[in-house]
Design a protein around this ligand. Sequence first.
Ligand code: C2O
Length: 579
Amino acid sequence: AAVVEHTFVVRQVKMTHLCKETLVTVVNGQLPGPAIEATEGDTVAVHVVNESPYNMTIHWHGVRQRLNCWADGVPMVTQCPIRPGRSFTYRFAVAGQEGTLWWHAHVACLRASLHGALIVRPRNGASSYPFPKPHMEVPVVIGDWWDMDLEQLDRNMMDGYFADSQTASTINGKLGDLYAGCSSAGAGAGAVEEEDGYVLDVEPGKTYLLRLINAGLYAEYYVKVAGHRFTVVAADANYVTPFATDVVAIAPGETVDVLMVADAAPGRYYMVALAMQPPEPDPQVPVASTRGMVRYRSRSVVPSSNGEDVPAVVPDMPDMHDVDTTFYFHGNLTSLRRPAPVPGRADERMFVTLGVGSICREGETCERSGSNESIIVATMNDVSFEDPPAAAAASLLEAHYHHRDDGVELRTLPDAPLRVFNFTDEALIPWGPVEARLEPTEKETLVRRFRHGAVVDVVFQSTSVMQSGSNPMHLHGHDMFVLAQGFGNYDAARDVPRYNLVDPPVKNTVVVPGLGWAAVRFVADNPGVWYMHCHFEFHMSMGMIAVFIVEDGSSVDSSLPPPPVDFPKCDSEESLAVV
Ligand code: C2O
């Protein structure tokens, strides 16, 4: 096993899209940032040099970080952030997992510009893939572009409003020809051109492995390539039983690997990523679609047979309000190789409702929820997560490790629904003012503790106040077996017997269907303090988060080792001097 080393210099650069120069914080001047390529069993060492004005952490999304919670990269939860002018080296093994993962900043909305692929290849090379060896492997990172400061965007969201800003969807950092950019003559000259799109050149008859990553802040995407079909072979770096489809549904935080054979007539075919939206137009969620292109290279010397003179083919996309296509796409996933048998029964249960509520602004008395004196927050069981204060002496993980967390005010997640409530009652859906449907809410650091090795069942129940967008729930440090999903209200008597205990998909991000539910099981066997949250930035910034604390096991190799010697400190005075 090798050590794969990278240096990530985090710095602000100017980029121009949508006719506007914007200051963006990126790694090594690139958007998306560098792809990390490793082999299963390798150690990855990333030296993060923070030359940005922001506190920084990088999270290695989907890396299990066995006995290595210290490298998980969640500010004030697992570590004090890397202050401006400082650096820190993340070190972790990529062991026992292979496939497509990714990395991103875990600070405010900054992950919109600070992310990249993290690819783990099998030890025995590409011939050990459980599918035909591809001619080429291509990361396809779907993201979004904002023409505003991303920290400001975050503050706006926490205040419950979206400032006027232009946004666009991207494939591998390119906006594509659905957007108008500007010629070098400048916008003033009136010479507006199309934005560049991502282009994949293919050779006829060859097979391509597309490693799709949704790094976007806001939207689940439908992805298609005109004239081509995909064979889905993996999701969240776990192999799935291959199935054919012409459309991939991918929510923020998810990865999906597909094979695509270049078996169409030579020509040009659009690759489209369409941002989905809940059925009822929600003005707060920007809609966008982006397109790149699959272009056939042909050895023909006759230009007309290269297809260059024929217009590029546009795919038929699902409706942007279509919620069934994602439901069935995710329902089709079954695991190909089970890393371990699914435990037959759970030791602990949790019922988590995903909602939106309102809390009173400080110093105000709010007569009703949703009034001007209150702000809108996202919740789990009517609690909106309160981050540990940035001024704290240490992260929750350090406090836990040093057994200093007894005094921390923590609120536990319940086993059962909080109240008798029809979560998805159609009668509640009339899309009136959201304010009328808000539950009063509290802000607390929501935590649940597990003894080492506990088998945990979680039911995520979406509520009508979410309208019908799906919620991608991501758990750090563990993969989850997705046992079942459904529309409407979860009903244990009806749904437990339908659990798939044979070949459930294994995911780090489970898509909870809009106006529906998903049931997962995981084994809490990785000691540490782990974030569990919705991967929609909109929901996360507003508090749809909880923390799972997994206790040490009884032996040294099931206990969390001490922190790295150069672990960032929280001493704020010293760091202020550095800025
Ligand atoms: Cu990819 Cu906590 O996130």
